[in-house]
Design a protein around this ligand. Sequence first.
Ligand code: UFG
Length: 341
Amino acid sequence: MKEMVLVTGGAGYIGTHTTVELVNAGYDVVIVDNLSNAEMAAVEGVRKITGVDVPFEKVDCCDKDALNKIFEKYKFNSIIHFAASKAVGESVLKPLLYYRNNITSLLNVLTLMKEHGVRNIVFSSSCTVYGQPKKLPVTEQTPRQPATSPYGNTKQICEDILRDTVSAYPEIFGIALRYFNPIGAHPSALIGELPKGVPGNLVPFITQTAAGLRDHLSIFGNDYDTPDGTAIRDYIDVVDLAKAHVVAVGRMINGKSLKNYEFFNIGTGNGVSVMELVNAFQKVNGVKVPYEIVGRRAGDIEKIWADTSYANKELGWKAERSLEDTLASAWAWEKKLRGIK
Ligand code: UFG
C-alpha cells in the first residue's frame, strides 16, 4: 500500500511544489487548503505537472470538525503542515488573526493525529526563529531569540507545541524545517509564487518590476555592515526546499529519526546581498530592474545565512539548483503569468 500524506496549505507556494515532489516520489497526497491566500489554478498546475488527479479538499484547518471529516475519509500516515498566515507586516497589524490561525490549526492537526493514529508530521518553521544571530552562519544549536513579530512568535510557539506534544505522545514523530528565503518556481512554469496585491518579498517584487507592473524596486537600506551595504539572506530554491520535505517524511516513515522531535536548517549555506541578487537577476535574464535605494525597512535583520552541514549529513539532502537557474525560473513564471514572450 502506498503511504498517504496530507498536505495542509497544499495550494500555496511551498505546498504546491512539495506536493509535486511527493507525487514524483510515489506518495499519495491529499491537499487541504481554505484558499484564503491561494488559487485553485495552483492545484490544477500540480495536477498537470504530475499527471495525477491529486485530491483537493477545501477546508480550513481551524475548523476541527471539518478537518476531522478529512481524517475520517482518508487514511493518512504523515502530514506536512503548511497552512498558516505568513506576512510579517500584516501580523503586526493583526496579531490576533495570526495567533488564532497559526496556533489553532496546528493544535487541531496534532489533536486529530492523536485521535486517528497518524504518526508523522513535518512543520514549516522559519529562520526567523534565530532573529539577528551574533555568529554566522547559524547552526541548529544557535539559540532562538525573542521574536520581533507575531508571525515569528507563532513559528516559535508552534515549534514548542510540537516538541512538547511528541514528548508526551511518543508514538508521534515531528520534524520542523527552518526555511531560509524560498524563491523561484517549478521549471515547468506551471506553478510558482502568487502574491496578492503588492509583493512584500524581494523576488516577486523584482519579477513584477521587470514585467513592468511596478516602476521600480525599492532597496531597503545600503548602510548595513555588509560588503556592499545591502542586507544578506540565504535564498533557497523552492524545488530544493520541496525535496527536503519528501526526505523528512521518508526519514520518519523509515524510522531514521534520532529523536521524536528534530529540526533542521533548510538553506543553501550561501549569503547573498540584495544588490547581488538584483544584479544576478538582471544578468541571467537579460532584463532591467530599475531600483532606488531607500531607508531600511523596520524589523529587518542585517544578515543571516545557514550552516546546512547538519541537514546535509543527517537528511542526506542538499540544495542543488544554482541561484542563476532559480532566478531564471522566477522570471519564466512571471512572464507566463503576464503573457510576456
Ligand atoms: N527587500 C528590498 N525591497 C523589497 C523587498 C525586500 O530591499 O521590495 C529586501 C529586504 O529588506 C530584505 C531582503 O530584501 O533585506 C529579503 O526580504 P524578503 O521580504 O524577501 O524576506 P525576509 O528575509 O524579510 O523575510 C523572509 C520571509 C519571512 C521570514 C523571514 C525570516 O518572507 O516569512 O524571511 O527571516 F519570517
